[in-house]
Ligand binder design. Structure first.
Ligand code: ATP
Ligand code: MG
Length: 986
C-alpha cells in the first residue's frame, strides 16, 4: 500500500519496530531528538492506514498546547484527506473536556472557571479568613504564606491526594506523635490538611477550580462512575503519550485507569528521563520505572540515532548530563544513551563546530551581539527569522530580549512575556485602573491626567500639585473642589487645562460607578472605547499597522485578565485591583499559552520550559550566569506527609539536578548552531559569575574567558545595519501549507464582516458579555442537560430543568437588577413550554446525540469543527439535526428565512455527511423564545452553495483579507460597533 510506504519511509529499524508495534504496551526511552515524537505521529498514521484503529479511537496526550498543535500538523500531513480527526490534546484539555461533559455528576457547575497564578492568589486572599489557619496566617502579615499554601495544595493534587486522604493521614500521624518534633510537625500537617479541605470546598462552592482539579476531578469521576469509565475506555482503545517523563502521579493514575495493565492496554508512551523538568518532587526516574513496574509485558525500544543536531551539540549535551549520574536511567539500567548524529536532507552537515560560547561585559552587549547576528544572517539570505530561537530561564529574562528585538525591528514571538506590562497601551490601562482605585495618590492621578487621553499640560499640573501640597490636600481633593480652585485668585490656571482636568475627573467618577455596578472590566472597556484608543489603533492606513495590531491584541489579553478579577471579586469591589495588578506584573505572564502569535515569520523568544519538544536551526541560550541558571530559588520547605508523597532529602542537590535537565533540554533544541552566553554586569552592584553548567558542557578551565565589550560606537553601528529589515508582518492566521481549523462563529463572522473576524478571532478582543449572550448560554446549558438525560434514558423532571437553569444563572451584562429579574423569569417560562413541548411530542423524541463533537475537512488543509446541539432519529430512521436559538423570532416567515440563511445548520449537515456518508434528512432551528421549530431538507444544491460560502471564508482568512463590510443593519447590532473605525452605524 503506497500510503503505508510513505508513513514508514526513512525510519531506522528501532523506529520501525515502534511504529508498527501491534497491540499491547510499548515504551520508547531515548534521548533528545531521536524521533520520539516522530514515532508517535507516524504510529498514529500507521494505525489508521492499516485500519487497526479509526482516527477518533486514538487519544494522543501531549504536555502543552503548542506541542498538541505541532503534533496535529504532523499527523495531518500523514493522514489522508477525508478522515475524522485524531484526538490530540493536553492532559488538562482532556480533563477539561470530560469535566464539561460530566460536571453535574460531580455536583459542580460545567462552566467552572480554572484559576491559576495571580487570580488564584487573589481568590485565596479573599477567602483566607474562612480557612482554619493559625501558623500559616500570622496576624501581623496574614497573606504571607498564600503563595506557599497554593503551591502545597497544588502538589497534593499532583500526587492525587484528595483532601479526605490528606486529613486521614494527618489525623493518624497526630494521634501517634510522641516526641516534640513529631508533635510539632503533626500539628503543622493537620493545619495544612484542614486548610486544604476548606480551600477545595470554597473553590468549588464559588464556581472555580484550579489546574490540579482538571485532572483530580477526572480521576474522581472515573473512579466513582463505572459507566463513564467504561464509555471512555471504549471511546479511546488506543492511547499514546508524549513526554511521559513529565507526567505526574494523577496523570499516571488516569492512564492506568483508561488502559488497565494486562487487559486493554494499547498504550504507547515515549520519554526521556534526562528531560524530566516538571517532576518537582520525587525522582525524575520514578515515572519510567513505575511504568515498567505497572506494565510488565511492555515492549521497550531504545533509540540512539539523533536526526536533529550536529554531533558537536550532542557531545556537549552528553558530557553535561553525566553530572546527574547515578540517578539516571543510562547509569542505572546500563543503557547507552550516547547519541549519534545522522545526516538527513534537512540537516546534511553534521560535522564541525556547532557550539559557541561568549562572555560579555554587559547585558546590553550580549543582546546587541545576538540581534546583530540574527539580522545579518537574515540580510545575507542565509536564514529566515523563524530559524532562530532565544531561550531564557525565566520570564523576567525574556523582557530585555524582547525589548532589544523590538528596538531593532526584528519580528519576534514570545511565550510568556512580562513585557506585556511594559507596553504603552497596557501602561495606559494600568494608569487608568490605578486612578480608578486610588485617585488620592497624587502620582497616580498626575500620570493619568498627563497621559495620552487627557493630555493636561505638565506645567499646569505642577502648579496645581504645588498648591495642593501647600493646602495639605491631595491633588484629587483640590481639583474636585471646583469652587475652591475656580475662585483661586492666586493660581493662574489655563482655563483649557482646567477643563481637561474637570473632564477627566467627571469621567473617572462615571467609570467608578460603572466599575461598581458592572465590574472593572466593563469600566476599562468603556474607557478604551470612549477615549478612542482602540478605534484609533484599528483605523485603516495607520502608520504602523502591524504594530497597532499587536497593541490591540495585547489589550485583548490584558482585558481577559481583568475579567478574571471581576469573576473572583464578584462583590463589585474594585479596590483590591491594584494588588491584583501588582501580582500580575510580578509573576509575568501566566499561563504562557496565552501567546500572541501574530508574526508568522519571527524569531522565537521562549522560556526553556515552553521550548520542550521543539527545534530550531540556531539557538541562543542567554543569561547563563550562576544563580540565574541554575536559579537560586528554593522551595517553600513544606513537605507532604511522608506516607503520601515522595520526600526530598537533599533539596539543593535535587534542585541542581533538575536545573541541569532543564539546561539539557535547552541545548538539545539546536540543530546547527548553539550559542551560549552570559554577561557579567546586569546593571546592579553585583558582578555575575558564569553558570557551572557552562563548564560542564564545554569542559572549561577554572579561569573565565575575557569578556567581550562592544563599544558604544560598535553598538550603534550594528544598529545601523539593521535598518531596512522588514518590520513585523501584518496579522496572518495560517501560513500557506499550514492546516487551518475554524468553527462556526469565526466563519460566520468572517462572512458577515472580515474586520469583525479579525478583531474577534485574530486579535481576540472580546467585549464584556452582553445580557443576550449570558442568557443564551444559560438557556442552552439547561436544555442540554435535559437532552443528555433524555439520551441516556435518565428521568429529568421540570424541576430538574429549572434547577439546572437557576444554578447556571450568571448576572453578567444586564442593565439593572429589574432587567435581570425579568429575563430570569422569562427564561423559566420558556423552559416550561419547552418541557411541555417535549413531553407532548408524539412519538416521543429521544436524542441520539447531544453536543456531539465533529470535525470535517473542507479541503485538504482546511477543516471545520464544532458540536451539534442535538441529533434525533425517528422510528423510520430519519435523522434530524437541531440547533437551539434564543434570538427573538416569533413568526414562521421569519423562522423560515432564518433557517434558509443559517450557516450553522449547513455546517451540521456537512458534518453529518462527513461522518455518515449521507446528508441528514432534516436540519432544524428550534427557537426557544417562541417554541417555533422550523426545518429544512438539505439537498445537493443547498449544500454546494453553503460549501462555497465556507470556502470563501477560508480563502479570505488565509489571504489575510480583513477589509470591513459596513452595512447599517449589521453595524447597528455589531458588538464592535463602538470601536470600529468603519462602522456604518455611528
Ligand atoms: P525531543 O526529545 O526533543 O522531544 P524527539 O525524540 O521527540 O525529540 P523528534 O522531534 O521526533 O524527536 O525528531 C527530531 C527531528 O528528527 C525532527 O526534525 C524529525 O523530523 C527528525 N527525524 C526523526 N526521525 C527521523 C528519520 N528516521 N529520518 C529523518 N529525520 C528524522
Ligand atoms: Mg519530542
Amino acid at each position: 500500500m503506497a500510503e503505508t510506504e510513505s508513513i514508514l519511509s526513512n525510519l531506522n529499524p528501532e523506529q520501525l519496530r515502534a511504529v508498527t508495534h501491534g497491540k499491547g504496551p510499548l515504551l520508547i526511552v531515548a534521548g533528545a531528538g531521536t524521533g520520539k515524537t516522530t514515532v508517535l505521529t507516524r504510529r498514529i498514521a500507521w494505525l489508521i492506514a492499516t485500519k487497526a484503529a479509526r482516527p477518533e479511537e486514538l487519544l494522543a496526550l501531549t504536555f502543552s498546547d503548542k506541542a498538541s498543535r505541532e503534533m496535529e500538523e504532523r499527523v495531518d500531513a500523514l493522514v489522508p484527506y477525508g478522515y475524522a480527526p485524531v484526538n490530540i490534546l493536553t492532559f488538562h484539555a482532556f480533563g477539561q473536556r470530560l469535566f464539561e461533559e460530566h460536571a453535574l455528576r460531580l455536583g459542580l457547575a460545567p462552566d467552572a472557571k480554572v484559576l491559576s497564578g495571580a487570580p488564584l492568589r487573589l481568590f485565596l486572599k479573599k477567602h483566607l479568613f474562612e480557612l482554619p489557619l493559625k501558623k500559616f496566617r500570622p496576624l501581623a502579615n496574614p497573606d504571607r504564606h498564600v503563595a506557599d499554601l497554593i503551591q502545597h495544595f497544588s502538589r497534593a493534587k499532583d500526587e492525587a491526594i484528595t483532601p479526605e486522604d490528606y486529613l486521614k493521614v494527618a489525623r493518624a500521624d497526630a494521634a501517634s506523635a510522641v516526641s516534640e518534633a513529631e508533635l510539632g510537625s503533626a500539628a503543622e500537617q493537620l493545619e495544612l490538611a484542614e486548610a486544604y479541605q476548606a480551600y477545595d470546598a470554597i473553590l468549588h462552592r464559588e464556581g472555580f477550580m484550579d489546574h490540579g482539579d482538571q485532572l483530580m476531578l477526572m480521576l474522581r469521576l472515573l473512579r466513582q462512575e463505572p459507566l463513564v469509565l467504561e464509555k471512555t475506555r471504549q471511546e479511546f482503545p488506543w492511547i499514546l503519550v508524549d513526554e511521559f517523563q513529565d507526567t505526574n502521579t494523577v496523570q499516571f493514575e488516569l492512564i492506568k485507569l483508561l488502559a488497565p495493565p494486562g487487559t486493554r492496554d494499547n498504550l504507547t508512551v515515549v520519554g526521556d528521563d534526562d528531560q524530566a523538568i516538571y517532576r518537582f518532587r520525587g525522582a525524575s526516574l520514578a515515572n519510567i520505572l513505575d511504568f515498567k513496574a505497572a506494565y510488565k509485558n511492555a515492549e521497550t525500544v531504545v533509540v540512539t540515532k539523533n536526526y536533529r543536531s550536529k554531533q558537536d551539540i550532542l557531545e556537549c549535551a552528553h558530557r553535561l548530563i553525566q553530572f546527574n549520574n547515578p540517578e539516571r536511567l543510562e547509569a542505572r539500567e546500563n543503557l547507552d544513551k550516547r547519541l549519534q548524529a545522522v545526516a538527513t536532507p534537512a540537516n546534511p552537515d553534521i560535522s564541525g563546530q556547532a557550539v559557541f560560547y561568549q562572555v560579555f561585559d554587559q547585558l546590553s552587549s550580549e543582546l546587541a551581539d545576538l540581534s546583530s547576528r540574527i539580522s545579518q544572517a537574515v540580510a545575507e539570505g542565509k536564514r529566515s527569522w523563524r530559524d532562530h530561537a532565544i531561550l531564557v530561564r525565566s520570564n523576567s529574562g525574556a523582557e530585555a530580549v524582547i525589548q532589544e528585538l523590538n528596538y531593532r525591528g526584528i519580528p519576534s514571538r514570545f511565550s510568556g512575556a512580562r513585557g506585556l506590562y511594559r507596553q504603552s497601551e497596557i501602561r495606559l490601562c494600568l494608569g487608568f485602573l490605578r486612578a480608578l482605585a486610588n485617585p488620592h495618590d497624587n502620582l497616580v492621578l498626575f500620570e493619568f491626567l498627563v497621559g495620552e487621553v487627557y493630555r493636561t499640560p505638565v506645567s499646569d499640573l505642577k502648579a496645581l500639585l504645588f498648591r495642593a501640597s501647600a493646602l495639605n490636600k491631595s491633588l484629587y481633593q483640590l481639583v474636585t473642589r471646583t469652587d475652591l480652585t475656580r475662585a483661586g485668585e492666586d493660581t493662574e490656571l489655563d482655563p483649557e487645562a482646567f477643563e481637561r482636568v474637570e473632564k477627566a475627573l467627571s469621567d473617572l467618577a462615571r467609570f467608578e460607578q460603572l466599575a461598581r455596578e458592572k465590574g472593572v472590566a466593563a469600566a476599562l472597556y468603556q474607557f478604551l472605547t470612549e477615549s478612542g484608543v482602540i478605534s484609533r489603533l484599528l483605523a485603516k492606513n495607520g502608520a504602523a499597522l502591524p504594530a497597532a495590531e499587536r497593541q490591540v491584541s495585547n489589550l485583548a489579553r490584558f482585558f481577559e485578565k481583568i475579567k478574571v478579577y471581576d469573576q473572583v471579586e464578584k462583590s463589585g469591589s474594585y479596590l483590591s485591583v491594584i494588588g491584583y495588578l501588582d501580582a500580575l506584573i510580578e509573576e509575568g505572564d501566566d499561563p504562557p499559552a496565552s501567546e500572541a502569535e501574530l508574526d508568522a515569520d519571527a524569531v522565537s523568544v521562549s522560556t526553556v520550559h515552553m521550548a520542550k519538544g521543539l527545534e530550531w536551526p540556531v539557538v541562543f541560550v542567554v543569561g547563563l550566569e550562576d544563580q540565574h541558571f541554575p536559579t537560586s530559588r528554593r522551595g517553600s520547605g513544606l513537605n507532604l506527609p511522608a506516607s503520601l508523597g515522595p520526600q526530598i532529602h537533599d533539596e539543593r542537590a535535587h534542585h541542581i539536578a533538575e536545573e541541569r535537565r532543564l539546561y539539557y533540554v535547552a541545548i538539545t533544541r539546536a540543530q546547527q548552531e548553539l550559542r551560549l552566553s552570559y554577561a557579567r554586569d546586569h546593571g546592579g552592584k553585583k558582578l555575575w559569575k558564569r553558570s557551572p553548567f557552562l563548564q560542564e558542557t564545554l569542559n572549561l578551565g577554572k579561569d573565565e574567558a575575557p569578556a567581550l565589550k562592544l563599544s558604544q560606537a560598535e553598538k550603534l553601528h550594528r544598529h545601523a545595519t539593521s535598518d531596512g529589515h522588514p518590520l513585523k508582518e501584518p496579522l496572518q492566521i495560517a501560513l500557506p501549507g499550514e492546516p487551518l481549523r475554524l468553527s462556526y462563529y469565526p466563519i460566520d463572522d468572517y462572512l458577515t464582516c472580515p474586520l469583525k473576524y479579525k478583531i474577534a478571532h485574530g486579535l481576540r478582543l472580546k467585549p464584556p458579555a452582553t445580557f443576550s449572550i449570558t442568557y443564551g448560554n444559560v438557556m442552552h446549558k439547561a436544555v442540554q442537560e435535559f437532552n443528555k438525560a433524555g439520551m441516556e434514558g435518565r428521568p429529568f423532571s421540570l424541576e430538574d430543568l429549572k434547577k439546572a437553569y437557576t444554578e447556571g444563572w450568571r448576572s453578567e451584562g444586564f442593565y439593572s437588577r429589574e432587567h435581570e429579574e425579568e429575563r430570569f423569569q422569562n427564561g423559566l417560562k420558556r423552559l416550561e413550554s419547552f418541557y411541555e413541548d417535549e413531553k407532548n411530542a408524539q412519538p416521543r423524541r429521544q436524542p441520539i446525540g447531544v453536543e456531539s463533537r465533529f470535525e470535517f475537512k473542507i479541503s485538504p488543509l482546511d477543516s471545520v469543527s464544532g458540536r451539534m446541539d442535538r441529533v434525533d432519529r425517528d422510528a423510520d430512521g430519519r435523522v434530524t439535526v437541531c440547533d437551539y436559538k434564543t434570538s427573538n423570532v416569533h413568526d414562521v416567515k421569519k423562522a423560515e428565512s432564518e433557517v434558509a440563511k443559517s450557516l450553522q445548520l449547513a455546517i451540521y449537515a456537512l458534518a453529518w455527511r462527513g461522518s455518515h456518508g449521507v446528508l441528514p434528512d432534516l436540519v432544524e432551528l428550534y427557537f426557544l423564545e417562541s417554541g417555533i421549530r422550523q426545518s429544512l431538507k438539505p439537498d445537493q444544491a443547498y449544500i454546494e452553495a453553503k460549501e462555497a460560502e465556507i470556502k470563501l471564508a477560508f480563502k479570505g482568512i488565509r489571504e489575510a483579507r480583513f477589509e470591513a463590510k459596513p452595512d447599517f443593519q449589521t453595524c447597528k447590532f455589531c458588538a464592535y460597533g463602538q470601536i470600529c473605525p468603519d462602522s456604518a452605524a455611528l
